[in-house]
Write a protein that binds this ligand. Structure first.
Ligand code: DX5
Ligand code: ZN
Length: 216
C-alpha cells in the first residue's frame, strides 16, 4: 500500500504560512488542525485561514476539526476550500455526527471521523459506511510535539480490520508523535496516511524527511 504524508501546519510558522506550505510540496495532503478551546484545551486556526491557504497549494486540505458540535461549521469549512473534513466521534451525539458527515458529502467533499486515544475501535461502527477517512489519534488532541502512544497500535489494527471488511476504500490516518522512528509501527498496524507536524517542520531537509516517513 502506498503511504501518504499529511504534514500538520500546526508546526509551521503562521507568519510565513505560504512559504511553509510551499516547503511541503512533495507531501500528499496539508493537515489543518482546528481547535476551539472547548473540545480541546487550545485554540488554533479556523475558517479564514483555510480560505487564505486554499489558493496557495494544489494539495488537498485535510481539515481535522477538534471542535465541539462540528455540525455547526462543517459547511463553512467546505466552502472555505477543505477537501477532507474529519469530526471527532466524541464531539456530539451519533445523530449529529452523521448529520455533519452528510452535510460534508452534500458539499461534494470527503468526510471522516476521528477517535481520541480513550475511544474504542468499535466507536467507528455507526459511521464506517459514511466516511472516506478514519483518523486514529496517537496523542491526546490539542498540542503538537507530544509523545507517540504506542498502546494505540492494537486499536489501529482493529480499525484496519473493520475497514477491510466493511469499507475497503476508506483511508486510515494516524496523528500524533509520528516521526521516522514511530511511523513503521503505524504503517505495520495498517495506517496509510501519516500526519506529522514537528517531525516535518523540525527537519533540516523537509523533502527528505517526508520521504523518510513514507519508508522510502
Ligand atoms: C494534535 C494535532 C496533530 C499535531 C501533530 O492535536 O491533531 O495534528 O499537530 O503534531 P506532532 O506530529 O508534532 O505530534
Ligand atoms: Zn491533527
Amino acid at each position: 500500500m502506498s503511504i501518504k504524508i499529511a504534514p500538520s501546519i500546526l508546526s509551521a510558522d503562521f507568519a510565513n504560512l505560504q512559504r511553509d506550505i510551499e516547503r511541503i510540496a512533495t507531501a500528499d495532503y496539508v493537515h489543518v488542525d482546528v481547535m476551539d478551546g472547548l473540545f480541546v484545551p487550545n485554540i488554533s486556526i479556523g475558517i479564514p485561514v483555510v480560505k487564505s491557504i486554499r489558493p496557495v497549494t494544489g494539495l488537498p486540505l485535510d481539515v481535522h476539526l477538534m471542535i465541539d458540535r462540528p455540525v455547526r461549521y462543517v459547511e463553512q469549512f467546505c466552502d472555505a476550500g477543505a477537501d477532507i473534513v474529519t469530526c471527532h466521534v466524541e464531539a456530539d451525539s451519533r445523530e449529529n455526527i452523521l448529520e455533519a458527515l452528510s452535510r460534508i458529502h452534500v458539499k461534494g467533499k470527503r468526510a471522516g471521523v476521528v477517535l481520541k486515544p480513550g475511544t474504542s475501535a468499535t466507536a467507528v461502527l455507526p459511521f464506517i459506511n459514511q466516511v472516506e477517512m478514519i483518523l486514529v489519534m496517537t496523542v491526546e488532541p490539542g498540542f503538537g510535539g507530544q509523545k507517540f502512544m504506542a498502546d494505540q497500535m492494537k486499536k489501529l489494527g482493529a480499525v484496519r480490520g473493520l475497514i477491510d471488511t466493511m469499507n475497503p476504500q476508506c483511508e486510515l490516518e494516524v496523528d500524533g508523535g509520528i516521526d521516522p522512528d514511530t511511523a513503521p509501527a503505524a504503517i505495520e498496524a495498517g495506517a496509510n496516511v501519516l500526519v506529522a507536524g514537528s517531525a516535518v517542520y523540525g527537519a533540516e531537509n523537509i523533502a527528505a524527511r517526508i520521504e523518510a516517513l513514507r519508508g522510502a
